[in-house]
Write a protein that binds this ligand. Structure first.
Ligand code: ADP
Length: 486
């Protein structure tokens, strides 16, 4: 089974969120099952830098306004990701100051529709035989950036009267849809009648996410609960009607954790390694973290952490409101994150007010994320919505008990610690109401359990032993690919 994974990011070369982790880990897990995945990526600087033994597969001549001189498709190895890759070498599109989606002033690039249409269009060319040595049986497109792949596949089947290569489209976050003004549709080289309610049109605009959801043979998202939630108006981001229509081909598949990257027994970034049977190393990680952050060196003070993009989605204003109470009750708090300027400033102010108990590191720091997760006692993810969530999975694996809201993938992965679950399946703390009171109530329960050292350790060990590799997810994806391309 040959699968073309189409993504804008891939760990460890380019990452802005969980999408990159999935794109980086899924191919290896599929290879372990005997499948033959390749990835297709835009030629961002870090991706071109990671591509080895590159050769030109073809000079591309994309339609519409995508056409730019000198666009080539490269094929090579990405040793850092352990996978074969196609990379679109289009310097005018992808080699720019700023991030992959936003310019240096944090504004979306004006031609994002063209930059990412090129990704979807190229996927369809590969499906059509652009590389005579390798042709995918299935195209698997991720998030809005790759969402036009199923659309161009449908267009090619229609205009060239040939069988349509099957596709799976995975939503990693329904809130980011890739919406563009209708006037840009004509620049994409798609048949005009695709701009319709039964097509890519959405309230008079052109919506990449909707297009992917409409044209893909099957769709999936990253947890069973999120797959249900997005079929309702509250979390459907306007697309719940379409998702209900397509419920018969919609699956929820939980992400895994890449054991080669996140494993406290082997993690070389930690002050000490540990496992469920030998937890002493975790104490050394905590002492090292308190020292590094300038927090009071208090081994018994419960230390809560967060690793997150700072956005409205993540419920961080609840944390800000809960912090005085948390500190007053003798706990410590450390945050690693970047994003919203007001949230950054508010966390910085909180840290200045309580330097012994609150530490804040603004920015993106993969290595520090490991030290923070390992050295903390609990990790908070109080999101308003959460498609899957990865940091609570790292928390489970590192014996850093997750404190999460009862939504999306958080609800699917963390079992609340209550008296009646303590000996059964408890692995963290779960709260329902999206409010400071709801969060504080869960913090109170976490603090109570932390005082009962034996019970805390029992929950910690169970959390750490919970299977969370990529194997189960890869098997489920493979099952879907087989249904798409029998
Ligand atoms: P989302 O995709 O919504 O950002 P996830 O929890 O699914 O949320 O994935 C976030 C990923 O990004 C995790 O791997 C997390 O460790 C990482 N991450 C987020 N913020 C930072 C940061 N400031 N520094 C390092 N890693 C971060």
């Amino acid at each position: 089974m040959r699968i073309l994974q189409v993504s804008a990011e891939i760990y460890p070369l380019l990452k802005t969120g969980g999408l990159a982790d999935v794109a980086g880990a899924l191919p290896a897990a599929l290879q372990a099952l005997g499948a033959e995945p390749r990835v297709l990526l835009p030629g961002f600087e870090s991706i071109l830098g990671g591509l080895k033994d590159a050769e030109t597969v073809a000079v591309l001549a994309p339609p519409g306004a995508m056409a730019a001189a000198g666009v080539r498709l490269l094929h090579g190895r990405l040793p850092a990701c352990g996978v074969d890759a196609y990379v679109i070498d289009a310097p005018a599109c992808y080699l720019r100051p700023g991030g992959p989606y936003l310019d240096a002033n944090q504004q979306p690039y004006a031609d994002n529709h063209l930059r990412f249409a090129l990704l979807g269009w190229t996927a369809a060319q590969l499906a059509g035989g652009l590389d005579p040595r390798w042709q995918p049986d299935v195209v698997h497109a991720h998030d809005w950036h790759a969402a036009l792949a199923p659309v161009y596949l449908a267009a090619a089947a229609e205009t060239q009267h040939r069988p349509r290569t099957g596709s799976l489209y995975t939503v990693h976050n329904l809130a980011y849809q890739g919406m563009f003004e209708a006037r840009h549709f004509g620049e994409l080289g798609l048949p005009p009648h695709f701009f319709a309610m039964h097509g890519v049109e959405f309230h008079g605009q052109h919506n990449f996410m909707k297009a992917g959801l409409y044209y893909a043979d099957r769709i999936s998202t990253v947890s069973p609960t999120y797959a249900r939630e997005i079929q309702g108006p509250e979390q459907g981001c306007g697309l719940d009607g379409l998702l209900r229509d397509r419920a018969g081909v919609l699956s929820g598949i939980l992400n895994g954790v890449d054991d080669a990257v996140w494993n406290p027994a082997t993690d070389s970034l930690l002050a000490a390694n540990y496992d469920p049977d030998q937890l002493a190393g975790k104490g050394r990680c905590k002492a090292a973290l308190q020292r590094e952050l300038g927090l009071a060196r208090a081994p018994s003070a419960p230390l809560f952490c967060i690793v997150s993009r700072l956005t409205e989605q993540k419920g961080l204003h609840l944390v800000l409101e809960a912090l005085p109470d948390l500190v007053q009750r003798g706990a410590q708090f450390a945050l690693l994150g970047s994003g919203d300027a007001d949230l950054e400033a508010a966390f910085r102010t909180a840290a200045t007010a309580h330097p012994d108990a609150i530490a804040v590191k603004l920015g993106y720091d993969e290595h520090f994320a490991h030290r923070l997760v390992a050295g903390s006692d609990a990790i908070m993810v109080p999101s308003r919505f959460e498609p899957c969530g990865l940091t609570q999975l790292y928390g489970l694996k590192y014996g850093t008990l997750p404190l999460v809201r009862n939504v999306g993938g958080l609800a699917d992965t963390v079992a609340d610690a209550r008296l009646e679950t303590l000996d059964v399946d408890a692995s963290g703390f779960v709260f329902d109401e999206f409010s400071t009171a709801g969060l504080l109530q869960a913090i109170g329960r976490a603090l109570a359990l932390h005082r009962r050292r034996a019970d805390w350790k029992q929950v910690q060990q169970r959390a750490m032993r919970r299977p969370c590799g990529w194997d189960a997810a890869a098997r489920t994806y493979l099952g879907l690919y087989r249904r798409i391309a029998p």
